[in-house]
Design a protein around this ligand. Structure first.
Ligand SMILES: C[S@@+](CC[C@H](N)C(=O)[O-])C[C@H]1O[C@@H](n2cnc3c(N)ncnc32)[C@H](O)[C@@H]1O
Length: 324
């Protein structure tokens, strides 16, 4: 962290929010951000969160006979995302104050924006290929929990639908205790993503990648699997979610099988995983479709005698394990 306010060159906006309630901070920042160009930084002074511990946001901290409002870094990080900004390293003024800096994201730098063919959208030279979800703690933590939940070591034949370059398999390689005895199959219709995956995992004889359309899954005659994983794929506009889910359970999964479904509740913008699902025609995050598909999956799997859990944050993970 930088250490002196005097050394810090602040940009267009600097305000002291150390005594301002959040209900006023949010609209003030919204107004200022509207005036700011993308990639520019805005800065504001707040109470140093490290000046107190075990303190909930909103409590009063007394300093030099003045009252200040306590708020931790999490709230400033959350707000940065909500306002489509990246929080930069704060500047420490002294024990009691810091400067928070928000950089306005460039919302044009996002693979969601691209209305292009699958190769350009998901292929090895796409913006999507720059995303490494296994380095996103809020994703990986819950994915690992889902693998544990379905007892990954007991699931010998594993199918991944929409595998792209295979990040989900990497986590299995690193966590399964009996990896050599598992058989992994990954499917994706994007040719260069499948080629990247084949190259990346070429030393593993028990991993196979197939370039194919999920809509024609049954033609592949793959036999049934102990575990089907699909992250961020089944809600694609070229697939019919409900029909596909039912067909996977009926035709691809063993009766004693398990499923891990990952539903994105985030967008990838200008280097950041920004919380909140986005659907067409809404300027803000809207989760109706996410909840609808999660609940449909839950009810259907329960009907088919699966025990279902729903966890996660930026990705919602549904696990189903057969109780038969
Ligand atoms: C959002 S990406 C998710 C990739 C990976 N599971 C992840 O979470 O990083 C969706 C993937 O599904 C693939 N996909 C979409 N529709 C497909 C289809 N009908 N058949 C095969 N693959 C498909 C895309 O090529 C892409 O790799």
């Amino acid at each position: 962290m930088h250490s002196k306010e005097s050394n810090f060159k602040y940009n267009s906006f600097m305000q002291n929010f150390s005594q301002t309630p959040m209900i006023q901070v949010i609209p003030t920042l919204e107004t200022e951000l509207k005036k700011l160009s993308t990639k520019k930084t805005l800065s504001f002074k707040v109470l140093n969160p490290d000046c107190s511990s075990s303190t909930y946001n909103g409590n009063v901290v007394l300093h030099d006979s003045h009252e200040y409002i306590y708020r931790g870094y999490k709230t400033w990080l959350d707000l940065a995302q909500q306002l489509q900004c990246r929080m930069l390293t704060p500047v420490i003024i002294d024990e009691y104050f810091v400067i928070i800096k928000y950089e306005k994201l460039n919302s044009d730098v996002s693979f969601h924006k691209q209305d292009v063919e699958k190769e350009d959208k998901y292929g090895k030279n796409s913006i999507f290929s720059l995303i490494h979800k296994n380095e996103e703690a809020a994703y990986l933590y819950y994915y690992l929990q889902a693998l544990k939940n379905v007892k990954i070591d007991t699931r010998v034949r594993i199918l991944n639908l929409g595998v792209n370059s295979g990040d989900e398999f990497q986590a299995i390689i690193e966590t399964a205790e009996n990896f050599e005895s598992l058989e992994l199959v990954g499917i994706d219709y994007c040719t260069s993503a499948i080629e990247s995956a084949q190259e990346k995992f070429k030393e593993y004889k028990n991993i196979r990648f197939i370039q194919a359309d999920i809509n024609t899954l049954e033609n592949l005659e793959l036999e049934r699997f102990d575990l089907v994983i699909s992250i961020g794929t089944l809600q694609s506009s070229n697939l019919e979610f409900n029909k596909l889910l039912m067909s996977i359970v009926q035709n691809q999964l063993k009766r004693s099988g398990a499923m891990i479904l990952g539903f994105p509740n985030c967008r990838w913008i200008d280097g950041e995983m920004v919380y909140g699902a986005k659907v067409k025609n809404y300027a803000f995050s809207e989760m109706g479709l996410l909840y609808k598909d999660v609940i449909f999956s839950k009810k259907y799997l329960q009907q088919k005698k699966f025990r279902v859990t729903i966890t996660g944050k930026d990705y919602v993970f549904l696990t189903g394990t057969s109780i038969l």
